[in-house]
Design a protein around this ligand. Structure first.
Ligand code: ADP
Length: 470
């Protein structure tokens, strides 16, 4: 039971960061000391061996030039000069019996008698003679075969370098405890600093979850690091969610508002028809009006659902290569009589070979909505132009009219669901056509632009990819 909080701490990112930081710090310090120890040890060994080798050559030269007696004198002289002679020297006859022997007094515990028993070949380079008292020190000896068959051996104790290495080891042992403490403290400090933005993110999230207040924001410290970027993204996400929720609330309000009028009318007509004792054909007329109203409501609900499907990516698109000219001609054909009625001339300028991967019916819906608006909001005797062109990535389909145009203050709003311009109230419509156009075009990975000024007509341009959208 008591282990539960410990287990929880062990799983935290902060704990893991501390372990990683301090673990790496301590390990690299250990590695540094280890490497320094090895380098120091090998360089001390090399220095000792070079000294032994050079002494060995010196005595060999003396022996060959001046003989045994001179060598003994040299040893005695060096002993008296240095006080504490640094080298062990042994000259042996061809049968390995000792002829000359010099072992400094403080190295007496080395078992040098064994040298007489061991045979030394010309290739044996280094002999290690251990101390009798189990000390770590050894006497390191180099041997040289003399021309008269004898053997010259010179050596020195490793005690000097062992002392240096031991001091080095002791220093390290004294340093490792502060290193561990510094490692842990540094790890804790770094983890605390690194996780600070995450903690404020968590605090903001907790306050949002607890209060449902989407206005809370994570503080951004402008350090430009990844966590700062995360905080900025998170705030951006909150902005977007806020906008979406406001948009949804507005849409719901609009839908409720727009449904209330036809529903009230429907209710009124049915009630009046029931209360009146009129003739059958008047009742029929009331029923026809009811059907028309309910169709309008149904169309609104269906279009709203289509828009939601397209916007959320749930709309199924039956993608095929569709010829753009054929598509436009089909739509124009549908509106031919309406346009003729209003004496509006429609021109088409589309290269016959242009095609796009698209859902034919949905694209017909898009173009039909745009053409319907162009005819609706253009006075009699004006014109509507449809064209198409392509570059490497997109096909552009502009549709321009010479109608009433869109005032600049309405340009930002008229893509919204159920939005209807002031000047368009006299025309039939639900205020959903452009929302549907935008949603379907975006579902095709395309985009739609509008250029317009009040009184100067409107120009809508569809940009659709020439490659099948992923
Ligand atoms: P509806 O046409 O049913 O009102 P839409 O979503 O198709 O709804 O259009 C929204 C608004 O955009 C219209 O009410 C109108 O004010 C404006 N609009 C759309 N197309 C045009 C156009 N070609 N010329 C001028 N205004 C337009």
């Amino acid at each position: 039971m008591c282990l539960k909080p410990l287990n929880r701490i062990r799983k935290t990112l902060g704990f893991r960061l501390i372990v990683w930081y301090s673990g790496l710090f301590i390990l690299s310090t250990l590695a540094l000391f280890g490497t320094a120890y090895i380098l120091l040890s090998s360089s001390l060994e090399r220095r000792d061996r070079e000294a032994i080798q050079s002494k060995l050559k010196e005595y060999a030269a003396e022996y060959q030039l001046s003989g045994m007696a001179a060598t003994e004198r040299k040893i005695a002289f060096e002993n008296s000069q240095m006080g504490k002679a640094l080298f062990f020297v042994r000259v042996a006859g061809p049968d390995n019996t000792t002829l000359v022997f010099n072992l400094p007094k403080h190295w007496n515990d080395f078992d040098v008698e064994q040298l007489e028993k061991s045979s030394v070949s010309a290739t044996t380079q280094w002999i290690q003679v251990p101390a009798k008292d189990d000390d770590d020190d050894v006497l390191e000896i180099a041997s040289l075969q003399l021309p008269d068959g004898g053997l010259l051996q010179v050596g020195t104790s490793t005690e000097g370098r062992e002392d240096v290495l031991e001091r080095f080891g002791n220093t390290f042992a004294g340093v490792i405890v502060p290193v561990v403490v510094i490692g842990l403290a540094g790890g804790a400090f770094l983890a605390f600093r690194a996780l600070r933005p995450l903690r404020s993110l968590t605090t903001s999230l907790q306050s949002i979850v607890a209060t449902g207040n989407l206005a809370a924001r994570v503080p951004v410290e402008d350090t430009g690091d990844e966590l700062d970027e995360l905080s900025t993204l998170f705030n951006g996400l909150l902005d977007k969610i806020g906008l979406l929720i406001t948009g949804m609330q507005d849409s719901l309000d609009n839908v409720a508002h727009d449904l209330r009028t036809p529903m009230t009318r429907l209710h009124g007509i049915a009630e009046m028809a029931l209360q009146s004792e009129e003739k059958e054909d008047l009742l029929r007329e009331a029923l026809v009006t009811c059907i028309e109203e309910s169709e309008r409501i149904l169309a609104m609900v269906n279009t709203l659902m289509d828009i939601s499907e397209a916007e959320t990516g749930a709309m199924h698109l039956d993608l095929h290569q569709v010829n753009v000219l054929e598509l436009i001609e089909n739509v124009v054909e549908l509106y031919r009589y309406v346009a003729e009625d209003k004496e509006i001339a429609i021109s088409i300028s589309v290269p016959p070979e242009l095609s796009i991967p698209a859902d034919r019916n949905r694209m017909l819906q898009v173009l039909a909505n745009l053409l319907d608006n162009a005819i609706k909001y253009t006075p009699s005797g004006a014109r509507v132009d449809l064209a198409a062109s392509s570059d490497r990535h997109h096909v552009a389909i502009p549709l321009s009219d010479t109608g009433i145009g869109i005032p600049p203050e309405e340009l930002a709003k008229f893509w919204d669901r159920l939005y209807r311009g002031d000047k368009s109230r006299s025309q039939r419509g639900l205020g959903l056509g452009l929302s549907l156009v935008k949603a379907i075009v975006q579902a095709h990975r395309g985009r739609v632009e509008v250029f317009s000024e009040s009184g100067c007509g409107a120009r809508f341009v569809l940009h659709l990819p020439v490659q099948t959208p992923a």
